[in-house]
Design a protein around this ligand. Structure first.
Ligand code: NAP
Length: 475
């Protein structure tokens, strides 16, 4: 019996519906010599992971990548099982009864901490929480951010930090043309934040943001970018790094920053103050955040030739009322699946899950995206990453090294979920929500007005289905 034929389709469950999951599905469905059935699970009723819940609302163009994912979802071999939580509604053992392979595509679902005193004071938040909140992610719907503060700080020089800074710096009119969550739009309308410090622990030549993102800060309608020229003076090691010419992005970043230093303030109402070579060492305040204490750093070469920050004896206190740490995402363990807490990833070899780092392959388990390689790269980075994993899966298929599920059928999985009382959201169900959101948006000149609560999403789907049922009385 050959697996991957119309009589015996290769059955794959993908856990997570962000970019890495969709690129894995795409590569499987492109195998013209194979019949493949894919069920993609997500704990939310909505697909697309960070494209919906992470990408900033003022970056609409990036979100158009969902058109590609819609096309993948329209393949007859693809089904979406939204509102199904892995490890709760279905376990790894349950899925092993129905699929030949499982691909984990759950991303990095929490944030890294700075581990400094005062980090848990009211007014100190993870950037990832703010991002989830302004993007209408149901998990963050009821968070509150005290935007009555005049000064805020964002720690980290990555693109997430840039997103957070822009959202704090935009005018309400600019935000009102986006798909930002309604609750966030309303709160930001009353924001009194006027000064936003961005705190980088290394220098301008080591910043993690990319050229378009730092350039965009200089184009904001309502905010000046302030950089002190002396903070852009490079130490000999950074200068030598730039002079080597190998990092074009860093060279351009420094060029853009020098232009900001020359330009100075231009009379806009908000100030974005970029600071380099400073690390927060304590968040100060009695009952809430009142200031951040930073230590000034110098750069030294580490064993691997990289430049790392080393604290000097110089400290500084910056008065602020709100602080967002944007120092990276971090993966969470899935029940019944190997996990390496040191890296926040699932141990793997080119996407084949290993029982432990450098351990044996775990039969039938594969991993893609941020939970495979850590939280780095842009959306497109996930395509080659997912292809690599699927190639390993296909190699194992040819070698007969996949699971042998006793009930390999589409109907059996549906029956299991029904028996568990799970209200599954299918792809056509999601399209109902999508249509409602975009219609509500069109009425306000916005791309969409998002649902932000799971119960409201489920109620809207039920209501739509009830309306479109033929009336039994024939009225
Ligand atoms: P990131 O690019 O890894 O940046 C993390 C930043 O935090 C770095 O500046 C890092 O400094 C700093 N940091 C780490 N630990 C720190 C500590 N203890 N104290 C002070 N600073 C610390 O991560 P990210 O911004 O979360 O973004 C994740 C990925 O998503 C990135 O690949 C990013 O490009 C991508 N993304 C892309 C876009 C876009 O394309 N527009 C938007 C958002 C996110 P060091 O360099 O010194 O470690």
């Amino acid at each position: 019996m050959h697996l991957g034929t119309p009589d015996h389709p290769l059955r794959v469950a993908i856990i997570g519906s962000g970019p890495s999951g969709f690129y894995a599905a795409d590569h499987l469905l492109r195998q013209t010599d194979l019949t493949v059935e894919i069920d993609m699970y997500d704990r939310l009723p909505t697909p697309y992971g960070l494209v919906r819940g992470g990408v900033a609302p003022d970056h609409q163009k990036i979100k158009s990548v969902t058109k590609v994912y819609e096309k993948i979802a329209s393949h007859p071999g693809f089904r979406f099982f939204g509102h199904v939580t892995f490890g709760q509604d279905v376990t790894r053992d349950d899925l092993a009864l129905h699929y030949h392979a499982l691909i984990y595509a759950v991303g990095a679902q929490t944030d890294r901490r700075m581990d400094i005193p005062g980090e848990d004071l009211p007014g100190s938040h993870a950037a990832t929480e703010f991002v989830g909140w302004y993007n209408a992610h149901p998990d963050y719907r009821d968070l509150r951010f005290d935007l009555s503060q005049e000064s805020a700080a964002v720690v980290g020089l990555g693109n997430v930090a840039m997103d957070v800074v822009r959202i704090l710096a935009h005018s309400p009119e600019e935000l009102a043309t986006t798909d930002i969550a309604d609750h966030a739009l309303e709160a930001l309308r009353h924001s009194r934040v006027r000064r936003i410090y961005v705190l980088g622990r290394r220098g301008p030549a080591q910043a993690a943001f990319t050229n378009p993102e730092i350039k965009e800060l200089g184009e904001l309608a309502e905010a000046n970018v302030i950089v002190a020229p002396e903070e852009l003076e490079l130490d000999p090691l950074s200068q030598a790094y730039l002079d080597s010419g190998e990092d074009k992005s860093a060279i351009k970043n420094v060029e853009i920053l020098r232009e900001y230093a020359r330009r100075g303030a231009t009379g806009k109402p908000r100030q974005i103050i970029l600071r380099f070579l400073v690390s927060p060492v304590e968040i100060l305040g009695r009952d809430r955040v009142e200031a951040v204490k930073v230590v000034h750093n110098e750069l030294v070469m580490d064993e691997r030739g990289g430049l790392r920050p080393r604290p000097t004896d110089r400290t500084e206190i910056i008065p602020i009322g709100l602080i967002f740490r944007s120092v990276g995402y971090y993966g969470l363990a899935l029940p019944g699946v190997p996990f390496n807490p040191k890296t926040g990833t699932i141990p793997n070899d080119k996407g084949r899950v290993l029982t432990e780092p450098k351990g044996q392959p775990s039969l039938g388990d594969y991993v893609v995206g941020w939970i495979k390689r850590g939280p780095s790269g842009i959306i497109g980075t996930n395509k080659p990453d997912s292809i690599e994993t699927v190639e390993m899966l296909l190699e194992d298929l040819r070698a007969g090294r996949l699971l042998s599920p006793p009930q390999p059928s589409r109907a059996a999985v549906e029956a299991l979920l029904r028996a568990r009382g799970v209200e599954v959201v299918t792809f056509p169900d999601w399209q109902i929500l999508d249509a409602i959101e975009t219609q509500r948006g069109a009425a306000q000149g916005r791309p969409r007005v998002k649902f932000s609560r799971v119960d409201e999403m489920l109620a809207a789907i039920r209501a739509h289905k009830a309306e479109s049922q033929p009336d039994p009385a024939g009225d």
